[in-house]
Ligand binder design. Sequence first.
Ligand code: T5A
Length: 212
Amino acid sequence: MTDQATPRGRFITMEGSEGVGKTTNLQFVADYLRKRGRTVVVTREPGGTPVAERIRDVLLQSERGTVSDPCELLLMFAARAAHVEQVIEPALARGDWVVCDRFTDATYAYQGGGRGMPDEDIDRLAQWVLKGLQPDLTILLDADPAVTGARRAARGISDRFEAEHAAFFARVRARYLDIARAEPQRVRVVDASGTLDEVLASITVLIDNLLD
Ligand code: T5A
């Protein structure tokens, strides 16, 4: 049962281009918070609920050319609607900390910046689905495309987005950096081109600030 006095949890999102290290660093953030006594829900987008994970499969595994840009945008928000309602909001209401691999900034970066879908359409969907929900902290892992490209190449292409060309990823990165410039308090850019230890040290400072 929810205790009326329970303070709302905190919502942290991890963003950045393919292979920049989000999943690796997200796990570190979750472990770090647990060691400091927080109950943590680790989740991801698209995905996070059984239905949203099925939508993720459609989005990532469909053949190129079979998902139109508006269809892709709507599917992202369809998955997000289930995720916010069934996982994120209940966890925050319980006082848990939610650590999420990608969220709405990814839609502005990929569908807005990458695909060229109009911001007004994304804004409308975001208002409808999120009802004001915003991350308390977004960690934007940023690295030169040469670095992320090498990491992607080492791993091999495994989904429809990873098969995109370099210009697409350049637009995605530029849009992410625009978002960070527009919202510097929420979105903190971390240079992800360094060693894992260097990246984790930068992230630790951000998490400590939020814990304080
Ligand atoms: N999408 C998503 C949209 O288009 N719109 C949306 O609204 C949303 C929510 C989701 C796809 O959906 C798109 C974007 C995506 O294309 P995903 O699985 O979240 O897919 O995205 P990926 O970026 O493909 O996730 P990955 O897990 O594949 O990449 P990560 O998490 O960024 O990278 P990670 O942690 O797996 O690391 C990659 C490799 O690099 C190493 C790791 O050990 C690993 O081998 N590494 C480092 N090596 C050296 N130095 C470091 N600092 C390193 N950090 C990690």
